[in-house]
Design a protein around this ligand. Sequence first.
Ligand SMILES: [Zn+2]
Ligand SMILES: [Zn+2]
Length: 261
Amino acid sequence: MTYPMICNYHTHTTRCQHAFGTDREYVEAAISAGIKKLGFSDHVPYPFKDGYVSHIRMATDETEDYVTSVQALKAEYKDDIEIFLGFEAEYLKDLWDDLKAFLAPYHIDYLILGQHFLGMEGDGNYCGRPSPDEERLTKYVDTVIEALRTNCFSYLAHPDLINFTGDEKVYKRQMTRLCLTAKELNIPLEINLLGLMEQRQYPSNRFFSLASSLGNSFILGRDAHEPTMFLDKQTLDDTCLFAQKHQIVPLLDVILRKPMF
Ligand SMILES: [Zn+2]
Ligand SMILES: [Zn+2]
């Protein structure tokens, strides 16, 4: 059985430099797909120090354009779809206060946590890189827990992004901490449709079997990097089968937590 997907809070735009289509095309594709609530959550423009320029997120000086565009579409399409302004952000402890100060004037609706990196952005720190290093797994879990406790994040995107290839018992012990914290804070875990479509290491059976047994709550996220992804019924069907296999019934909607900066 395919669950109706009436909300999607994981949507990118071309500003992140690896997505396609206009902002308007995302809105129109979402409407065609029957989505009632659409959240834009492009990769957050981190105010990096020392002139570092990221190639996987919008530049800080593009923020205004992003915000203006999403707000304009929100007003224009208000009778057809509810649009929310957000970002997908990593929790980078050293830059977190700077990020909050940077985002404060924009009065965003929500943040989702996508912990792509540990420490500074860069290939070596990418969480999806396979590694048997327990210390790295522990750091991922510690970082995610600390981030969730800020109460700034509405849900955790691809919680199983960390690509740990070591002992299963270690994986289970560490990820149990993550799941129990999310449960305590009532923060849903995302089943990521892009990962499933592209057969990445997530969504992973070992993680969702564990999280399901621990009683977490779940939400589907398209992680749309192009508008047509909303219309990809096959991936939605496959994701629903994946959920059923783990006795998961995803939430139809999540309560957005407006970040209090
Ligand atoms: Zn992306
Ligand atoms: Zn994403």
